[in-house]
Write a protein that binds this ligand. Structure first.
Ligand SMILES: [Zn+2]
Length: 247
């Protein structure tokens, strides 16, 4: 990864003095978001949990399911008027590995008192559904993600570089963007283009960062060859966003 180029990406997302982005990422100790984003004090909100999960709006608000992630989203995007939401997954994610392992009904019934199993099973269920559809196609068929303003036909790991669990991790990052878009306080801003959604994926073994290109419908590695296209795509989102605010 060329960190200078990635700093360039973040310079667009994080423009200076006030928090301009909220990042949902995994609590894994090998993931250091302030390092790989080269962000500093005051740059962004960071919300971390096992598996970078954001509960879907339909799963929030019952007596049994109260989680902090929707509150963090509201604090960032409504109270602080942040307009960039980033979900970042990573390779060898233990939460995704567990989700992959517990997908059979028999496994689901084991250790029902495990908070971690309950957490990944409940809030990773949609990711798993996407993954199973992908697996059934021999890991070849494109998947569809509804990101609020548009539906994106997506090719996961088209070069077949990653393990099945890492494919699940990439699918999961995109599924969580869907979940971000499920909240009523987010929907109008996303639909007009005022709110921008981004997905990143971090390969902890190579240090490479991938940015989800909605234009390409795939995660694109951030390097010298791809950075111009990625920056152009992000810049276009900003231009669209400014027009939405002015309208
Ligand atoms: Zn993880």
């Amino acid at each position: 990864m060329n960190i200078v180029l990635f700093q360039g990406f973040l310079k667009v997302v994080i423009d200076g003095h006030a928090p301009k982005a909220v990042l949902f990422t995994c609590m894994d100790s090998r993931v250091l978001p302030t390092r790989f984003t080269q962000s500093d004090v005051g740059d962004m909100f960071v919300v971390r949990n096992a598996g970078n999960l954001v509960p879907h709006a339909k799963l929030f608000g019952t007596e049994l399911v109260i989680t902090t992630e929707p509150a963090a989203l509201e604090l960032a995007c409504v109270v602080n008027k942040i307009r960039d939401v980033i979900v970042c997954g990573h390779s060898d994610c233990k939460a995704m590995n567990l989700l992959h392992a517990v997908r059979t009904p028999e496994e689901m019934m084991k250790t029902p008192s495990s908070p971690l199993r309950q957490w990944v099973s409940r809030h990773g269920a949609t990711s798993l559904t996407h993954w199973e559809k992908f697996e059934a196609s021999g890991f070849k068929a494109p998947l569809t993600f509804d990101l609020g303003s548009k539906t994106v036909l997506t090719h996961i790991d088209p070069d077949n570089k990653f393990e099945a669990t890492d494919k699940l991790s990439q699918i999961n990052a995109l599924t969580q963007l869907q979940n971000v878009a499920s909240y009523p306080f987010m929907q109008p801003l996303i639909k007009t283009g005022e709110m921008r959604l981004h997905a990143l994926w971090f390969d902890i073994y190579t240090g490479e960062i991938y940015y989800f290109s909605q234009k390409k419908g795939a995660f694109a590695i951030v390097n010298e060859e791809t950075s111009t296209d990625i920056m152009d795509e992000i810049s276009a989102m900003y231009i669209h966003s400014e027009k939405a605010v002015a309208a």
